[in-house]
Design a protein around this ligand. Structure first.
Ligand code: ZN
Length: 237
């Protein structure tokens, strides 16, 4: 058995037995993992664990880790950040729930990924403070960037079939891995001027979050199809 010191986001939790809590965490050091806090809900508990393990808190935790076990034991935890600006606003909470669902669908237990960790941190800080009308674009940026962090970045700088520079009419063709030119098309989803630039901001940058998008439904469809094609999962985005 190993004792781990983890920095982690609390994704969700369920009550277990008389007084325990099982919590799903996404940690910097180990990626996703499930932990149990024994007795956390007991009136006698002095650890404060029940409020520390509230979804969305960023915590520092001590975990007894055994690879053979599916659920690890959390023995100590402290809050680093509680994201109260998100918790006090329903729209920001919903945006966060979408981010967490995406993260859950696309990551596996015990697979740390530093890019995804940083992306998650930046995205939650952005959700805390972004103007309300930008929230859905922030969630889309997360969906695109987690695909890139997992190695599924689409080709957006040239035709993904004939390799020519892109001018004029273009299409997004998931099975080709990105955009294609008019000669290789028409196929996939037709793109307008500006769509390619938007896709580049969403998939290829890390710190820049877009404002409200002109044709959000189309961009969302591209990201979802791209994600489903490459991960072979049905994504309810
Ligand atoms: Zn081409």
């Amino acid at each position: 058995m190993e004792i781990l010191s983890l920095k982690a986001f609390v994704l969700r939790r369920i009550r277990y037995g008389e007084s325990s809590l099982i919590t799903s965490l996404f940690s910097e050091e180990r990626g996703k993992l499930s932990v149990i806090a024994k007795g956390a809900r007991s009136a006698k508990s002095k650890s404060g664990m029940a409020s520390i393990l509230e979804p969305l808190n960023l915590i520092e935790a001590e975990v007894y880790f055994k690879p053979s076990r599916e659920i690890q034991i959390i023995s100590k935890a402290d809050i680093i950040a509680d994201f109260s600006l998100i918790k006090s606003n329903l729209d920001r909470m919903e945006a966060t729930a979408k981010v967490f669902r995406t993260l859950d669908a696309l990551t596996h237990a015990d697979e740390p990924n530093q890019k995804i960790w940083l992306l998650l941190e930046k995205t939650l800080r952005e959700i805390s403070s972004a103007p309300m009308e930008n929230l859905s674009a922030v969630v889309l940026a997360f969906k695109a960037r987690i695909m890139s962090a997992l190695g599924y970045e689409p080709i957006l700088s040239r035709c993904s079939i004939c390799d020519c520079g892109i001018e004029g009419r273009t299409y997004f063709a998931v099975e080709s891995g990105g955009i294609i030119c008019a000669d290789c098309g028409p196929r996939g989803i037709p793109l307008e001027m500006g769509d390619v630039e938007t896709l580049r901001i969403l998939f290829e940058t890390e710190d820049l979050f877009p404002g409200k998008l002109a044709d959000e439904a189309k961009i969302a469809k591209i990201i979802r199809r791209h994600g489903e094609y490459h991960t072979d999962k049905k994504l309810d985005w």
